[in-house]
Design a protein around this ligand. Structure first.
Ligand SMILES: [Zn+2]
Length: 121
């Protein structure tokens, strides 16, 4: 396992952080699963509360999509640890700063490339 400029301790730390993040995201997706079922009309329920319910549901669906994408990103980071490309920017091939990896263990780009790609979106 070669992960560039990271020490063995740092690799271990980030590996643990990724595992933890993965568990949290999976738990979040499981706990919100029932909430995305179609909204049912209930007796004694006014129009406004149904609107509220639909609104809450759309927020929940959006959060779930964010969590799903993050989970994918975490899984990709884990496979990059295995193939030894973890910790390097996908764009410029420079090592990603350890401080950035600590904050976002699933980061695939250095801060420079990340902000450049977001700027062009
Ligand atoms: Zn870069």
């Amino acid at each position: 396992m070669v992960t560039g400029e990271l020490t063995t301790e740092e690799q271990q730390e980030l590996n643990d952080a990724l595992a933890e993040l993965q568990q949290e995201l999976q738990a979040l997706l499981e706990s919100t699963e029932s909430g995305t079922a179609p909204v049912k009309l209930k007796d004694n329920q006014g129009r406004l509360s149904r609107m509220d319910e639909l609104h809450n549901q759309s927020i929940l669906v959006a959060n779930r999509n964010v969590a799903k994408n993050r989970l994918k990103s975490v899984q990709q980071a884990k496979s990059r640890i295995e193939d030894g490309s973890y910790g390097y920017c996908l764009d410029c091939d420079e090592p990603i700063a350890i401080a950035r990896l600590r904050a976002y263990p699933d980061a695939h780009m250095c801060i420079g490339c990340q902000s450049a790609s977001e700027g062009t979106r």
